[in-house]
Design a protein. Structure first.
Length: 192
């Protein structure tokens, strides 16, 4: 069954402020998938998991084509690190891959084993990222962190979703806001 995200924050992105020193979230960019009265969740876009695609697929009993074996798998966050989620762009010839969530037009996440099988056989989406784990907040927790200035909430930026690693994605996200890390204090761009 398809679903759609439900809040003004989601779909959107969270950029960690430079002063955020939490070992899980320092210098991260998070795709916020959903935010409602039951809490919030998303995936860290710029942290590599300690496993590559070949190892992950092999652990699921699937084989990976040679060109796919060394592709990255991303660390989505500390919650349920054994659970996978695929973020992908919709394509006309792809099945629905139930269950899925439409984040924004043309952009979905799915937990489908069929999707993982199609990726391993080369029949899946051409643009995707696979995440292990997720970032999650209990009701009101994310809003509290936003008030404390830990995150900069920004609109969904598709240019930051696929293929950036490490601090490059975080730097790029801040540049797109027109600020530099040293200009940000307490979660707000410095005032002129």
């Amino acid at each position: 069954m398809s679903q759609t995200g439900t809040s003004k924050l989601a779909p959107g992105m969270l950029i960690a402020v430079p002063s955020l020193v939490d070992p899980f979230f320092a210098k991260t960019v998070i795709l916020l998938v959903d935010n409602d009265t039951e809490g919030s969740y998303g995936v860290v876009l710029n942290r590599l998991a300690p496993v590559d695609m070949g190892t992950l697929l092999g652990g699921a009993g699937l084989s990976a084509p040679v060109g796919l074996r060394e592709d990255p798998v991303w660390w989505g966050g500390p919650v349920q690190p054994e659970a996978g989620m695929v973020l992908y762009l919709e394509e006309d010839d792809l099945p629905a891959y139930e269950p899925f969530l439409t984040i924004a037009p043309g952009l979905r996440v799915s937990w489908s084993m069929e999707l993982l099988q199609d990726i391993s056989s080369g029949a899946g989406p051409s643009i995707y990222s696979l995440f292990l784990g997720r970032a999650s907040w209990s009701p009101g927790q994310l809003e509290g962190e936003l008030q404390e200035g830990s995150w900069l909430p920004v609109d969904l930026d598709r240019g930051l979703l696929f293929g950036r690693t490490g601090d490059e994605s975080w730097d790029k996200a801040l540049q797109r806001l027109g600020v530099h890390p040293q200009d940000i204090t307490s979660g707000s761009p410095a005032q002129a």
